[in-house]
Design a protein around this ligand. Structure first.
Ligand SMILES: *Cc1c(COP(=O)(O)O)cnc(C)c1O
Length: 394
């Protein structure tokens, strides 16, 4: 550790999650380095945030240049990076207008508000948004209420009302909840926190038809699945479904806090004064988003990411066979491995000690979220490290 390193005194930080006694000081592509100079292959990547890996040159350069130019003129004025990013997003999606925010939860709050506003204008004040058991939409009060994580209904009671829960991949359970106060259905195309549970094609397409039949909005929370994570720019493209509203976060800023709420023209009904935020659409973060979008849209980028995802999925299936584990679920570079036991946390801890950073969204499964520009040799290295860990725990 360098002489100048700050002391290790985490007690002044709120203990919001169990953390290992490690302090990371540097990141480069697929790797993180701690204060002792140890290197870790990172398959968490800030929870699927660093789509271009750690400290990518394109994002670092965009941030540095924008920081010297204009950081925040306030959301009351136009700025160039926000307009450029909004243009890129609308040009490459089915949506017409964008509102920028700083976190996924904030974008989802905006989506909820937009749907309720639309309900006031077009559906006699209908406000209920059907969401899903085990869904995850963020940690504000409304997005916690929209989430279906066990225990979250009472954690900070009372909840925000208006989020009846349907059963994942069960169209009849959605249909049964629709009544005159229903305004929208909101889903993750792949439930991430639930352990990478993709929507069935018939289910997602059936939801679109159901929403059309009842005049409801379909909201896709692509905070985790968007920005190339599942192999296409947005996951809903793979289903041939066009949502009315979409939210983005995580990868959009390449590690910088940036999120977006996108809507079709006939749904984008906020009047001035109804939506905003001090940091919303600031040029510093939007410049990072522009750099990310240019990288994702570069010739061959997503095709290579899909190849890496296929290689990792195949490797995980091989490990599953070798160690008698369970199912591998994979969409692009968002993958999960069912362990067949409840010791995922133990696997994560040992993997960290062996230099591989993993995430366990549930006690029985591991989730893999490498950088989208990860290389074949890194995938192989990670699989070898994981094999060693599984072998030790056998
Ligand atoms: C991470 C996530 C969120 C919340 O994003 P934050 O930036 O943590 O607020 C919302 N929805 C989904 C699907 C997510 O994966």
């Amino acid at each position: 550790m360098p002489e100048t390193a700050a002391p290790f005194n985490p007690s002044s930080l709120m203990p919001i999650t169990p953390r290992p006694d490690l302090v990371f000081v540097r990141g480069e592509g697929a790797y993180l380095f701690d204060r002792q100079g140890r290197r870790y292959l990172d398959w968490v990547q800030g929870w699927a945030v660093n789509c271009l890996g750690h400290a990518p040159a394109a994002v670092a350069q965009a941030l540095c240049q924008q920081a010297r130019t204009l950081i925040n003129p306030s959301p009351a004025f136009y700025n160039e990076p926000a307009m450029e990013l909004a243009t890129l997003l609308t040009r490459h999606s089915c949506f017409d207008q964008v509102f920028f925010a700083s976190s996924g939860a904030e974008a989802n709050e905006g989506a909820i508000k937009l749907a309720r506003k639309w309900g006031q204008l077009h559906k006699q004040g209908a406000f209920e948004i059907i969401t899903f058991v085990n869904g995850f939409h963020g940690r504000t009060l409304a997005t916690m209420s929209a989430s279906g994580k066990p225990g979250w209904d009472t954690m900070f009671a009372p909840q925000v009302p208006g989020f009846p829960k349907a059963v994942w991949n069960d169209l009849a359970s959605v249909r049964a909840l629709i009544h005159d106060k229903t305004v929208a259905v909101m889903l993750e195309p792949v439930q991430g926190e639930a352990g990478v549970m993709p929507a069935d094609a018939a289910f997602f397409q059936g939801l679109r038809a159901l929403c059309d039949a009842h005049g409801l909005l379909l909201i896709a929370d692509e905070v985790q699945t968007g920005c190339g994570r599942t192999g296409t720019l947005f996951a809903h493209e793979q289903y041939g479904v066009e949502p009315d509203i979409m939210t983005l976060g995580k990868g959009l800023g390449g590690g910088a806090p940036l999120s977006a709420l996108l809507a079709k023209a006939d749904v984008a009904c906020f009047a001035p004064g109804e939506q905003g935020g001090t940091f919303c659409g600031n040029p510093l973060m939007c410049a990072a988003g522009v750099a990310v979008m240019h990288s994702l849209l570069a010739e061959g980028f997503l095709a290579t990411a899909r190849q890496m995802g296929a290689q990792l999925a195949e490797g995980l299936r091989q490990l599953s066979r070798e160690f008698g584990l369970g199912e591998v679920r994979a969409r692009g570079l968002l993958l999960a491995l069912e362990l067949g036991h409840e010791r995922a946390a133990q696997v994560v801890t040992l993997a960290c000690e062996r230099g591989l950073l993993l995430n366990a969204p549930r006690a029985h499964c591991l989730r893999f979220m490498p950088a989208l520009n990860t290389r074949a040799q890194e995938v192989t290295q990670g699989l070898d490290l994981l094999r060693g860990v599984l072998d030790e725990l056998r």
